[in-house]
Design a protein around this ligand. Structure first.
Ligand code: SF4
Ligand code: SF4
Ligand code: SF4
Length: 423
């Protein structure tokens, strides 16, 4: 075991290999407040990569309804339970938040790697605490779709009594879109006895070498997000490849520029923003004030990692849903939840502009600038002053090409009378 630094935990942790950081890291932000559960992302991935025989149960992108849904079923609850048994009462956060190295304070508990040292999971001694889901747990990718939780249910079918309002609903659910997090410390990679899993030095994308894989499924057991899948007819495991030909700029429609993945570009709700992050020597993010991901994660702090306590340093970040009970969200996204929601509910001028970048272009936005416009609204949101300025945000690709120009207020187009009834 080596000691590596995990900034999401604000401390060093044990990992089977030495830290090795890529030149830049594939990362993304999903805004759960905007996801409508349409599964367009899911089908975009399936029709691109997993439509063949043996891949029927592979959903590299899936969207589950929380709290009851999950693919495989109850993947997160099962692991949280195992971690709690391995370290009863100890899975807590503390310390003081501190810049880039400990933005959420310090995690006092045990990660999947640390818990594996002291606790034997159901599959025996391993490099990461985990479990191998049974076949039937993969059978229904969208079980519990639209099922709400809450104690305030009235008669059957009467989920709302009226008067519900933010910040929290007593009866609630939300959609959680998931892909592989292309983790900085992947548990799948750590667990593979064949060294078949590797993290690309150029962009941090985690891949399974199909020549080396022998289908032992140690990656499936170890990945806390359950994002590798077994294919019976080839006897190998497969996973999300982050649409690497597009990220490399090899999709002809991008004119040579790095492009966002299929699931990102197909997203109907415009909930997804994807990019490439440059890292410091210790794995923290290099300051890039006007990179949209850097801004959302480290400046506005509205986007948080999914289950950071698992310890893999996932590179998927989420703007938490603002109507869901906070203890649930703190468990899922860590201690930054309250601050993130406060800022998102009444966004300041810059945040409002940056939120317009989601889903606007298929090329990766590396940097933005904002041109100030007039004030168009002034009011109050939950006791806080809230103003809207019709600013223009301009996005650039890494080579300086201008790829996005959009305003905060959506322009209104009035259809000319002569086309009134045409589509
Ligand atoms: S999410 Fe799972 S499969 Fe993806 S890199 Fe992390 S540990 Fe590996
Ligand atoms: S990034 Fe590409 S391979 Fe991965 S889930 Fe999205 S569409 Fe599928
Ligand atoms: S396409 Fe976008 S809005 Fe639709 S389910 Fe996927 S993430 Fe949600």
């Amino acid at each position: 075991m080596s000691n590596v630094f995990n900034w999401q935990l604000g401390r060093e942790m044990e990992y089977p290999y030495e830290a090795a950081f890529p030149e830049q890291q594939f990362a993304f932000v999903f805004n759960t407040n905007r996801c409508i559960g349409c599964q367009t992302c899911t089908m975009a991935c399936k029709s691109t990569w997993t439509f063949s025989r043996g891949q029927e149960y592979m959903w590299w992108n899936n969207v589950e309804t929380k709290p009851y849904g999950g693919y495989p079923h109850h993947w997160d609850v099962r692991l949280l339970d195992m971690l709690e048994k391995a370290n009863p009462g100890g899975q807590t956060w503390g310390g003081t938040p501190e810049s880039l190295r400990a933005p959420y304070g310090t995690f006092n508990g045990k990660t999947v790697f640390e818990a594996a040292q002291t606790h034997i999971g159901p599959e025996g001694a391993n490099r990461a605490l985990g479990y191998l889901p049974a076949d039937d747990e993969w059978s229904a990718p969208n079980r519990y779709e639209d099922h709400p939780a809450g104690n305030e249910k009235g008669a059957k079918g009467e989920y709302f009594k009226g008067g519900e309002r933010l910040p929290e609903h007593k009866t609630w659910f939300f959609y959680l879109a998931r892909i592989c997090n292309h983790c900085t410390y992947p548990a799948c990679l750590a667990a593979c006895p064949r060294n078949a899993i590797y993290k690309r030095p150029e962009d941090g994308i985690v891949l399974i070498d199909q020549e080396r894989c022998r289908g032992y499924r140690k990656c499936m057991e170890a990945c806390p997000y359950k994002k590798t899948y077994y294919r019976g007819n080839t006897r190998t495991s497969e996973k999300c490849i982050a649409c690497y030909p597009r990220v490399e700029g090899r999709d002809p429609s991008g004119g040579g520029l790095p492009m966002i993945t299929r699931c990102m570009s197909a997203c109907i709700g415009h909930i997804r923003l994807q990019g490439l992050i440059e890292l410091n020597q210790d794995g923290t993010w290099k300051e890039a004030r006007n990179n949209p991901l850097y801004y959302l994660v480290h400046v506005a702090k509205v986007a948080l990692p999914l289950y950071p306590q698992f310890g893999t340093e996932p590179n998927g970040y989420y703007i938490p849903p603002r109507w869901v009970p906070r203890p649930y969200l703190r468990q899922m996204f860590g201690p930054g939840v309250d601050e993130a929601i406060e800022r998102y509910i009444a966004p300041d001028r810059e945040l409002l502009a940056v939120l317009q970048l989601f889903g606007k272009d298929e090329r990766i936005c590396d940097r933005y600038e904002i041109k100030e416009g007039p004030k168009v609204f002034e009011g109050e949101v939950r006791g806080k002053k809230f103003e809207i300025y019709n600013d223009t945000i301009i996005g650039y690709a890494k080579d300086g090409t201008k790829i996005i120009e959009t305003t905060v207020e959506e322009p209104v187009y009035v259809r000319p009378e002569r086309h009134a009834n045409s589509i």
